[in-house]
Design a protein around this ligand. Structure first.
Ligand SMILES: Cc1cc2nc3c(=O)[nH]c(=O)nc-3n(C[C@H](O)[C@H](O)[C@H](O)COP(=O)(O)OP(=O)(O)OC[C@H]3O[C@@H](n4cnc5c(N)ncnc54)[C@H](O)[C@@H]3O)c2cc1C
Length: 398
């Protein structure tokens, strides 16, 4: 429980590929290396994504191919029983799972109900498995997108829309209440800025109900947005005024291109920081803000950025926060940045892997988005490739 039992921060070595990939056999390592080599080529990624979309539309038998390559790298399995093996394997290395039913935005009331039922089933599984303590939730899978947009614009709702909004709130409340009763937390994912106002409003309502003692509702804050430091401070103030824990998941943000394109097309100021350096600065400042208010706040540092993860460790040391403090965590996506996850888990930090699961066909849009985002974010794929390459060489020279 105590920092003295863990190695000091200076020993956090993110280039320790032996520790990062100890869980992978030589064959698995070679397979991941080949996959990242292909994904490191943006032209190939774009062509592959188009071919996959086309093949699925024509019902061509590509599921096997996808499942044994990209899906296996980034997802846990199609069913809960498949995913359980992955969760156990992560758990053996002190890594917990954030379970995500990886189905993207939906449009009808039946779809929303189905997603809500899936989330409740996922909570049931989480209740029985001590390695899952968070389930992630996308509100665009539980509400009509246009309604979230309207609420975010603060337009008046008509009677039908008010009833629809209330049905959605009841659906979310059912999920959050069940999570609180089982001691599971919910990550409320951050989405496009034009629906985020509604997402934040729902997250605050649920936090006020369920974060009295535990960080049940954890709201994602995208630090690539210029206005998010002010939002973070307002979130803390709201929580303090209403007597609940302000729990946040810090992310840089996944929709930069879309955000910029929409702002340009509709002639409003770009909501995103002008440069990557500005985003890094904002993110790191937010991390320090949260850690310096720990107790009133819970923070999950959801990032693949080594400098931010190292900064988290340094700040925790500076503020005398034990490595495994229950109000802190760091999270990475399953199949990526194992050098951060496994090294930090070994050093005693609370580490989580975001693990999507679900039918291959349903998860394809998630996989395509993730691959494109990472290629466009510049560098993540080559970072992964470099680490895998180094580990392959190290094992050959052994
Ligand atoms: C566990 C987990 C959960 C996540 N949940 C969410 C979520 O709920 N919502 C969400 O939106 N994203 C989410 N993400 C994705 C996240 O927002 C980032 O897209 C991704 O993690 C890459 O950022 P990074 O911190 O890992 O580091 P880096 O790779 O160092 O940073 C890349 C990021 O910097 C920003 N950036 C890049 N270029 C520029 C530029 N020119 N100007 C300004 N900013 C720039 C972008 O946000 C880009 O994604 C999640 C990521 C993880 C690991």
């Amino acid at each position: 429980m105590n920092q003295i039992t863990h190695p000091p921060v200076v020993q956090l070595r993110f280039d320790d590929t032996a520790a990062a990939f100890a869980h992978k056999s030589d064959g698995q390592l070679r397979k991941s290396h080949l996959l990242f080599q292909m994904m490191n080529n943006p032209a190939l990624v774009n062509a592959g994504a188009r071919i996959a979309e086309w093949a699925f539309r024509l019902h061509l038998p590509v599921i096997w191919l996808v499942k044994n390559t990209i899906y296996q790298q980034f997802c846990g399995g199609e069913t809960i029983s498949e995913v359980k093996q992955v969760i156990q394997a992560l758990g053996r290395h002190r890594i917990k799972t954030i379970l995500d039913y990886g189905v993207e935005a939906k449009a009808s009331e039946e779809d929303f109900e189905r997603t809500a039922n899936h989330l409740q089933q996922t909570l049931e599984v989480a209740r029985e498995d001590s390695f899952i303590h968070i389930v992630s939730m996308k509100l665009s899978g539980l509400f009509r997108f246009a309604l979230l947009e309207k609420v975010s614009r603060m337009d008046a709702l008509n009677d039908a829309e008010t009833a629809e909004w209330q049905r959605g709130i009841d659906r979310v409340d059912r999920i959050c209440g069940a999570a609180a009763a089982s001691g599971i937390s919910i990550h409320v994912d951050a989405e496009h800025s034009w629906i985020q106002g509604a997402v934040d409003r729902i997250a605050w309502i649920m936090s006020e109900r369920y974060n009295r003692e535990q960080p049940t509702i954890i709201n994602a804050v995208q630090m690539y947005r210029k206005d998010r430091q002010a939002f973070l401070e307002a979130s803390l103030e709201h929580a303090q005024q209403h007597g609940y824990l302000c729990a946040v998941k810090l992310v840089r943000g996944a929709y930069m291109e879309k955000e910029r394109a929409r702002a340009a097309a509709m002639s409003y100021p770009d909501p995103i920081h002008a440069t990557l350096e500005d985003t890094h600065r904002a993110y790191n400042r937010a991390l320090e803000f949260c850690l310096s208010h720990l107790g009133d706040m819970y923070v999950c540092n959801a990032s693949h950025n080594e400098a931010s993860c190292r900064l988290m460790a340094e700040l925790m040391q500076r503020y005398h926060i034990p490595n495994d403090h229950p109000l802190t965590a760091t999270a990475q996506l399953y199949g990526m940045s194992d050098n951060i996850s496994y090294v930090m888990a070994r050093a005693g930090y609370n580490v989580e892997k975001y693990l999507p699961y679900g039918p291959v066909r349903e998860v394809i849009p998630y996989l395509i988005r993730r691959t494109r985002e990472n290629t466009s974010a510049g560098g993540q794929m080559s970072r992964e490739l470099g680490l895998l390459h180094r580990e392959l060489l190290r094992r050959k020279e052994k």
